[in-house]
Ligand binder design. Sequence first.
Ligand SMILES: NC(=O)c1ccc[n+]([C@@H]2O[C@H](COP(=O)([O-])OP(=O)(O)OC[C@H]3O[C@@H](n4cnc5c(N)ncnc54)[C@H](O)[C@@H]3O)[C@@H](O)[C@H]2O)c1
Length: 338
Amino acid sequence: MKKLRIGVLGAGAIARGSHIPGYAASENCELTAIADISPESLAGVREKWQFKKEYSDCSELIQTEKPDLVSICLPNVYHARYAIEAMEAGCDVILEKPVATTLEDAIAIADARKRTGRKLAVCFSHRFNSMVIAAKKAVDAGAIGKPYMMRVRFAHGGPFPGWAVSDWFYDPERAGGGAVLDMGIHAMDLMLWFLGKATEVKGFAGTLRKDIAVDDNMTALLKFGNDAMGYMECGWTSCAGFSGQEIMGDKGAITIDYSKGEVIQCSGVTSPDGSVKMENQVIAKRGDLSAWQNQMAVFIEEKLADKEFSTSIQDGIEALKIGLGVYESSLKGNTVKL
Ligand SMILES: NC(=O)c1ccc[n+]([C@@H]2O[C@H](COP(=O)([O-])OP(=O)(O)OC[C@H]3O[C@@H](n4cnc5c(N)ncnc54)[C@H](O)[C@@H]3O)[C@@H](O)[C@H]2O)c1
């Protein structure tokens, strides 16, 4: 089989942590070209992986190489420009989240996808976490009845120090926002995946601890018609604590505990007299492959089979609407209809 020619735009942390090792692990992919404005970033990649060609300019890579598949691992503000340019050059695209920093840009990506007939996947990597997959299967199979409530908490210490190789995360121009568009967007996508279309959001975004120009913490309440609700808390200042999700249904609940590496299904009753009768069952444990590894393996398989990718620009748009809704709600103090 002819190998897929791969182009990677951005040689930073997520390229090195997920995209490049994903391609390198596949015998069906050729590391064709990589682009980054920073020579240090390119050198950092070169220590471990050998691309056939290096570029300092993303457009030049796209126009010269026209790879089969282009990974976009750049600061958020550049996502739309290069996703559109790559699709117009005939490439399929794997796009990091958030899909864009504005709804107009996100819609322009969707329009370009339609116009060019190319395929585009969005890196909502939590959907590829083996524990989340197990929980989704259980919920879809009716294990907890119809879900009506979900909570998500994603929190860590932030992109610096130790993660990002460049300084864009705290720059409103290049990031478009802070914790809301970084970790919040994953939480929003998961809620949409489990509960369906969101109709209203009320949120707060704040800079509680770090001396930065974007939000370091967020919380939001969501409504999914008259059937379901959800609440989330995401932030960049957390030392420890619960990380994961909980889905409540008519017949029970499922907790996905990232810290413990377990998915627990719980059923039972708490009575007004205080007596508690609960049954907790571990239905899955953390798998061998990380979410980033699983995600890349699935996307490569889908591209090779010429199938639509399992995440879409529409998924990216729906999550972004909620993220931007949180900012509007936080600023104006209102509830935003979606
Ligand atoms: N799916 C996930 O779990 C996940 C996790 C982290 C980051 N991300 C996303 O990945 C993207 C990149 O984040 P990161 O953590 O790798 O950041 P990073 O700072 O580590 O890497 C970004 C790279 O882009 C390069 N760059 C910046 N502007 C450029 C330009 N105009 N042309 C070419 N190169 C340019 C920088 O030099 C740097 O090497 C972001 O959209 C982020 O939201 C996703």
